[in-house]
Design a protein around this ligand. Sequence first.
Ligand SMILES: C[S@@+](CC[C@H](N)C(=O)[O-])C[C@H]1O[C@@H](n2cnc3c(N)ncnc32)[C@H](O)[C@@H]1O
Length: 313
Amino acid sequence: MPTAIRQVTTGQNAEAAISAAYNEAGYRYGKYADGNPRTLFAFDGRHAYGDRKTWELIEGRLLALRATGACRLRVLDMGCGPGTWLRRIVVRARQLGFAEIVAHGFDIADIQLHRARALSRGVAELDGVSLTFAHGDLRGRIAGPRSAYDLCLCLCGVLNHMPVSELPEVFARMAKVTANCFIASVRSVGSTPTVYVDDLTSAVRFYQDNKLGRLDVEFSNGRRSSFPSHLFSRTELAGLASPVFDVDEIRGLDLFHGRFAADPRWNPPTATMLARLSQELERLEDRYCCDPGFVDHATHLLIMAHKPRTARS
Ligand SMILES: C[S@@+](CC[C@H](N)C(=O)[O-])C[C@H]1O[C@@H](n2cnc3c(N)ncnc32)[C@H](O)[C@@H]1O
């Protein structure tokens, strides 16, 4: 990659490069990541398998909380992008009978926040719901008192954009505002490539420098980006979380589905995945998602953790 692209990736400039990349992608990020924004629970996009599994785990936490008799839910989504996870949560929490739902998302990319607000009209106006989005930086102070949120999320690669040296502080900050449950997902060291902000087919060239923790991309529209991108191993993720959380589980999401997915640049439409193949892959995913020999090759590593009881007040 030309050195000109690389000049923008340190300190404040790194932050500007990340927000610029997601702002520039605009609605295309949501389309690439979530598919149709109006069909919240269809899970039929490219990342369908991993998203469906993530949703099962989040929904399990909502059910468990409701089963304790709780009527109030407070959720924070850190690096919320277009807010899809919060919309899913609010809709489901209402169905489960939570009477008061406070859901807040923050992000450094203002265009994504704008998109989140626009897509949330209707859901945000439901009785008993406060669904808000604001500019906020995970590398700075997270607004809100200690243990302010029952459920804290940081999903789909937000943490991959943090400078490695700052990760222990970022985890401490996230733990501070968490009252109970924490769920995050990150790109793993053995994952297949991504350019994060859009489909891989939108890039003509890319290079992930794993020594410097940086991704350089040249998109087909001529735009160039260079921003922090650090890939995680299971061991590293566990090491970062365990000083501040009790870790319930770290599992690999999508070890096989993505690798079997058709590439529109190569495969004809007739090469779609048949139901039997999909079922077999699902079986393999379940079998190997926690296997130490496989987990670091998943598309994402998902961590579920909770705040130690002694640290909750
Ligand atoms: C791959 S997207 C994930 C968005 C969303 N969590 C999802 O699951 O679709 C990464 C998001 O992290 C945001 N981000 C990156 N660095 C951030 C930071 N320091 N503070 C807050 N958000 C950040 C980006 O702007 C982008 O919206």
